[in-house]
Every structure is written in structure tokens, then in C-alpha cells.
Design a protein around this ligand. Structure first.
Ligand SMILES: CC(C)(COP(=O)(O)OP(=O)(O)OC[C@H]1O[C@@H](n2cnc3c(N)ncnc32)[C@H](O)[C@@H]1OP(=O)(O)O)[C@@H](O)C(=O)NCCC(=O)NCCS
Length: 172
């Protein structure tokens, strides 16, 4: 589809309901794109979503970015950035998803840009993510953004699918 690009911004601490909604929608829409499942996360208590929103709304450890379309109360895209617990030089991108009605507008590119800018600002030197092999739209997105395939493969976990580990350097 095409249209005006959703606006991307960091989540606010009080947006646990919108976070839960967009994350569960992602897991339902594209089960094989993620290492977790809708059944698992639908059962998470409210506290899980409050902590995720609160801990990634501010501070240097993690950041969640939402893509917001016409309805200001609904997220149509999600990306989660985390600085590695053991190595502050390394950052991770998780949970990238854009709603079908918002795809092809540059929303994922904008989410990725927000993640790259934020992780760079925290002083990380490398950004890693995993993509299920065969997920061509995601592979194209990451290749355009400068990610390279490390050659490492891991099982997705909840199916026979496998993931490729990708990474790109972050310039200070
Ligand atoms: C992969 C995914 C995140 C891409 O989202 P998206 O918002 O459509 O991505 P973009 O709009 O940035 O790029 C998609 C296409 O639109 C094009 N595009 C980019 N900016 C554009 C703009 N301003 N206007 C029109 N088209 C644009 C891109 O060139 C790209 O073309 P491609 O077909 O060659 O890849 C999305 O398909 C998705 O959520 N898939 C399911 C979940 C998933 O796979 N997540 C990744 C887990 S690793």
C-alpha cells in the first residue's frame, strides 16, 4: 500500500495498553517473524507491559519506538532497541513490525532510523538483529539499512524455521 508515512516516536511510560495491542497484533499477523508466540505473550500479566513501556520510555538501557498513523491512540508499528547487558558496545534490535495497512510508506525505515540514532547516541558500536531466513521484505529492509549477514544461524525456537544473525556498524 502507499500513503503518508506514520510518525515515529519513543514510547511513553503510560502506553502499556497500546504496546500490548501492537505487539499481540504483530505476533498474530506474522508468527514466523518472531522468536515468541501470540499464545505466550497474550498470557503475560499487565505488569509485563507496564514494565516494558516504563523501562523503555526513558533512560539509557532500552528504548521502544512506535509508529503512529491517523489514530493517535493506536500504534501501527513497533521496534525495540536494547543495549547488551554484558557489553555496552553492542546493541540489539527486536520486535520490528509494521501493520499491513502502513507498509510501503517508509514506516519500518523510519523505525530503524530511530533505533540506529538512539543506539548510536548510547555509545554502541554495533547493532545486531535476527531475521527468519526467507523473510524477504525484512531482509531487504535490513540490507538497505547497511546490515550484513554474519553467517550465523539459530533455530527460531517455536517452529522448524531458522534465523540469520545480521549486524551493522554504528558510526559515532
Ligand atoms: C519487514 C517490514 C517491517 C517492512 O515494513 P515497511 O514499513 O513496509 O517497510 P518500508 O516501507 O520502510 O519499506 C518497504 C518498501 O517500501 C519502500 N518505501 C520506503 N519508503 C517509502 C516511501 N516513503 N514511500 C513509498 N515506498 C517506500 C521501500 O523501498 C521498500 O521497498 P521493497 O519492496 O524493495 O522492500 C514489514 O513488512 C513487516 O512488518 N513484516 C512482518 C513482520 C516482520 O517480518 N518483521 C521483521 C522481523 S525481523
Amino acid at each position: 500500500m502507499s500513503g503518508s508515512a506514520p510518525r515515529v516516536r519513543r514510547i511513553r511510560a503510560d502506553e502499556a495498553p497500546a504496546l500490548r495491542a501492537v505487539r499481540l497484533r504483530a505476533l498474530s499477523d506474522t508468527p514466523l517473524a518472531f522468536g515468541s508466540t501470540h499464545a505466550r505473550e497474550a498470557a503475560y500479566p499487565a505488569e509485563h507491559w507496564h514494565e516494558w513501556a516504563r523501562d523503555s520510555a526513558a533512560g539509557n538501557g532500552q528504548a521502544t519506538f512506535l509508529a503512529i498513523g491517523d489514530d493517535p491512540d493506536e500504534a501501527v508499528g513497533l521496534a525495540f532497541a536494547k543495549i547488551d547487558d554484558d557489553d555496552p558496545e553492542r546493541a540489539h534490535l527486536y520486535s520490528m513490525w509494521v501493520a499491513p495497512e502502513a507498509r510501503g510508506t517508509g514506516a519500518a525505515t523510519a523505525l530503524l532510523r530511530a533505533v540506529v540514532d538512539w543506539t548510536t547516541a548510547q555509545g554502541a558500536g554495533v547493532l545486531r538483529t535476527q531475521v527468519t531466513t526467507g523473510n524477504e521484505p525484512a531482509a531487504r529492509l535490513y540490507a538497505r539499512a547497511g546490515f550484513r549477514d554474519t553467517g550465523r544461524r539459530e533455530p527460531l525456537g517455536h517452529s522448524d524455521a531458522e534465523t540469520a544473525l545480521l549486524e551493522r556498524a554504528l558510526a559515532p
